[in-house]
Design a binder for this molecule. Structure first.
Ligand code: 0A1
Ligand code: ZN
Length: 852
């Protein structure tokens, strides 16, 4: 591993020596001996320094033959490709032809061309195309592709528009120049759900969702989400689809969620297949979001792509932001914003606070696949949200119009992106750009002073050092603030304060009475806000703030203050908190989905993170115990109200995944989960028995599991669903997620011995090993059994699928938070992984960074 583990630096970027004018590929598919014949028209790049060699990437390829302009060549590849000296190449454009052989059947890394249940499929982002043929496999080389597939399988797909088919072959033509990472090919015995969409400029588009036989009854929701996404991108961004056909394929073995290949999106089947009986409301929402995300990439990613992989957030941050806007429009902006902030804190703040912290635009990497992170995706989306807040909605729209007009067909940089905003808004954004370059979550402190009817707010910002960045510059932080009267009435509507220095003072004069400050409304910046408020003030905001996020946040802060005190001092929740929660639970003027979120206590990992940030060493056992105690106390105090809400939130009539019914079920199940700590699970058992949909069946079962019950329901669940692989992922995951911490490692180990535990399937692996890593008290059990089990499995998976293994290794990223004993145990396991003789570059980089 070590010889290829050289870091790549942004600062070393050089334009490609040659551009590609046209690519023609022929695939003769066979499991162990697929032949790939490539004809590539190269031309010297006028923007590059003349005389440079042509570098073609290529890995694990058996080279059969090469010719240039029809003349056979004798070339010798190295381990990662081949280099052709400029002196040996024609002066002008020329045609390279090569034939190689690959073995998709033995490709367990699921990168390049591989097989899943007898179906051929590809994954080329970021650097999988080089495992298919020799090519300048970098995103700034864009070319039109023509593809011919030869195979006896009935369905043969590639990018672009169909260009002919016959018995045993099909041809495709993609006229839009694209980088190789967007290439895709699928061949299999598949069935399609078909539909049509007419674009705003009158193009008739055929829509197909391809699945394995037997799954065709589970595609309706994905198709509906696709059509709504297409319409939304026209209405909101004026972006229309640009081919005659749009294909989606569901595949069971897939490393990530989905992939935006031009005209041929490939999805992890869990983000396509859904029926009311097999998928939960959260699954439906995830499908809607990911279908939209991949579709939106057609413009933000495909038509305008990235110059190099350091610019990844250019497409990912923007596309996440767009899918967040879409979901808000489809469902509820308030609820979506709260959920997005919860995810950001759980994943990105966690990453930013540990050894894997990196900027939204990293400056170096060893393996780019390790940088498909919450920072690049979710923090990247937050930066765009801040830009929009700072320049306003109209100028945001103008900046995006300019971006599409100026850069269509190009491979771009973050500088190009900032420039369209600076121009559209007529504003210098050089300080804002630091957000892309500086890692770490800023801490913003807000101190209030009240005198002579004047409120003085002192805002300070500080960002702690992160790996490789000891010193931090002040950022431009938009802090949205409102003032609420002591009676709960809005005194001052939202204003955006621009904090651009280490410390700034803002005053509000002539106020009738001391207001309650509602700060960071809408979560206007991805920062940790330190703002000392009394529980009375927090209760006022929870009950009255006009900003839904701020209301939620006030309740969250109340809960975490109390949980901290319970962990550290053995305190008890006071009557004020219990009453505030009861009011939120029973307030029928509030959206049930919002009430469900308020009812959910901060999770154990979030508490460990916030305790650590406050200078304590988190004790996973104490956190687990305190949280459990809080659940019991809340359940006892509100049992009657919980029971009434459960009954009131029933959704009579046929199941619908829409936001309204889903919100009612979310509240019903959150209440049932809480009540199970007080009523012995009676109510949850009734919901389980009566459920006619997976949301309630699974929600009721996990409510029972969380209260230490549910064995019988688990057996019943297994009997009913043992033949459904996606539901079985839930069956595996739930038993680990809600395991008693004292037994969690043994329960996970036992599940790995279950005949249905296929560890080579990434979804299944994650549902046991990934979920154990996300069970704080179980994973961090004092004897280290959780660490050892996960490390054993990471080593094993790394041998087959380095990308998936490296992603899951992040369960160790928080090791430095914990006590010395646990730190020692985790370091020992990470060292054991690192010393494994055949470790991949992916895993070597991750573990190396974690150990520092
Ligand atoms: N671009 C895809 C995510 C993706 C990234 C890498 C992959 O393989 C390493 C696969 C998919 C998206 O944002 O949806
Ligand atoms: Zn994406």
């Amino acid at each position: 591993m070590r010889d290829t583990a050289q870091p790549i630096y942004l600062a070393d970027y050089q334009p490609p020596a040659f551009l590609v004018e046209q690519v023609d590929l022929t695939f003769r598919l066979a499991p162990r001996t697929t032949r790939v014949i490539s004809r590539i028209r190269f031309a010297p790049n006028p923007a590059a320094m003349p005389g440079q060699p042509l570098r073609l990437d290529g890995e694990d390829l058996r080279l059969i033959s090469v010719s240039i302009d029809g003349v056979a060549q004798d070339v010798t590849p190295d381990a990662t490709g081949l280099t052709l000296d400029a002196a040996d190449l024609p002066d002008g454009p020329f045609t390279w032809q090569a034939e190689v052989e690959i073995a998709p059947e033995s490709n367990t890394a699921l990168d390049g061309l591989y097989m899943s249940n007898g179906m051929y499929c590809t994954q080329c982002e970021a650097e999988g195309f080089r495992k298919i043929t020799f090519y300048p496999d970098r995103p700034d080389v864009m070319a039109p592709f023509r593809v011919r597939i030869e195979s006896d399988l009935p369905v043969l797909l590639s990018n672009g528009n169909p260009a002919g088919a016959g018995k045993g072959w099909a041809e495709w033509n993609d006229p839009h120049p694209k980088p190789s990472y967007l290439f895709a090919l699928v061949a299999g015995d598949l069935v399609a759900t078909k539909d049509r969409f007419t674009t705003m400029d009158g193009r008739e588009v055929a829509l197909n969702i391809w699945v394995r036989k037997g799954d065709e009854g589970k595609t309706a929701y994905a198709m509906d989400a696709l059509k709504r996404s297409m319409l939304w991108d026209e209405q909101v961004y004026s972006r229309a689809y640009d081919l005659d056909i749009f294909n989606i394929v569901a595949v069971d073995d897939f490393n990530m969620g989905a992939m935006e290949n031009k005209g041929l999106n490939i999805f992890n089947s869990r983000y396509v297949l859904a029926s009311s009986a097999t998928a939960t409301d959260s699954d439906f929402a995830a499908i809607e979001r990911i279908i939209a995300h991949e579709y939106f990439h057609n413009w933000t990613g495909n038509r305008i792509t990235c110059r190099d992989w350091f610019q990844l957030s250019l497409k990912e941050g923007l596309t996440v932001f767009r899918d967040q806007q879409f979901m808000g429009d489809m469902r509820s902006h308030a609820v979506k914003r709260i959920e997005d902030v919860l995810t950001l804190r759980a994943r990105q703040f966690r990453e930013d606070a540990g050894p894997l912290a990196h900027p939204v635009r990293p400056e170096s990497y060893v393996e780019i696949n390790n940088f498909y992170t919450a920072t690049v995706y979710e923090k990247g989306a937050e930066l765009i949200r801040m830009l929009r807040l700072l320049v306003g909605e109209d100028r945001y729209a103008a900046a995006l119009d300019l971006y599409f007009a100026r850069h269509d067909g190009q491979a771009c940089t973050i500088e190009d992106w900032i420039a369209v905003f600076a121009e559209a808004a007529g504003r210098d954004l050089s300080q804002f750009k630091r957000w892309y370059e500086q890692a770490g979550t800023p801490q913003v402190t807000l101190v209030e002073d009240w005198a002579d009817q004047t409120l003085t707010l002192t805002l300070r910002q500080h960002t702690s050092p992160t790996p490789g960045q000891p010193l931090k510059e002040p950022l431009l932080v938009p802090v949205a603030i409102g003032l609420v009267g002591p009676d709960g009435a809005e005194l001052l509507p939202t204003q955006v304060l621009e904090l651009d220095s280490p410390e700034q003072v803002f005053t509000f004069a002539d106020l009738p009475a001391r207001p309650v400050v509602s700060a960071l409304r809408g979560f206007s910046a991805p920062v940790v806000l330190e703002h000392a408020q009394s529980s009375h003030e927090r209760a006022t905001l929870l009950g009255h703030d006009t900003d839904a996020f701020a209301r939620f946040e006030a309740g969250r802060n109340l809960a975490s203050d109390i949980l901290h005190a319970m962990v550290l001092e053995g305190a008890r929740p006071g009557p004020e908190y219990l009453e505030a929660m009861r009011l939120a639970l029973t307030d029928d003027t509030l959206d049930p989905a919002f009430r469900a979120l308020v009812l959910r206590l901060p999770g154990e990992d979030e508490l460990a993170q916030s305790l650590h940030a406050a200078g304590h060493t988190p004790d996973p056992d104490a956190i687990h115990a305190a949280r459990k105690r809080a659940l019991h106390i809340l359940a006892d105090a509100m049992a009657g109200d919980l029971s009434a809400v459960i009954d009131a939130m029933a959704t009579p009539g046929p199941y619908s995944p829409d936001a309204r019914d889903a919100g009612r079920r979310a509240l019903r199940l959150a209440a049932a989960a809480l009540l199970a700590h007080a009523d012995g699970g009676a109510k949850a058992r009734t919901i389980f028995a009566q459920a006619d949909n997976m949301t309630e069946q699974f929600g009721a079962w996990t409510a029972l599991l969380a209260s230490g019950d549910g064995a019988e329901e688990g057996a019943q669940f297994h009997r009913q669903w043992q033949d459904d692989r996606l539901v079985m992922d839930k069956w595996f995951a739930a038993q680990v997620m809600f395991a008693n911490p004292a037994h969690a490692p043994e329960i996970a180990a036992e599940l790995t011995r279950h005949p249905a535990f296929d560890w080579t399937n990434p979804n299944r692996f994650r549902s046991v090993i990934g979920v154990l890593g996300a069970h704080p008290a179980g994973f961090h059990r004092k004897d280290g059994a959780g660490y050892a089990l996960v490390a054993d499995w990471l080593i094993r998976l790394d041998g087959a699928n380095p990308q998936a293994a490296a992603r899951i290794s992040t369960v160790f990223e928080t090791w430095a938070r914990y006590d010395e004993t646990r730190q020692g145990l985790m370091r020992a396991e990470l060292t054991r992984v690192l010393e494994h003789p055949a470790l991949s570059r992916d895993m070597g980089e991750m573990v190396g960074r974690m150990l520092g």
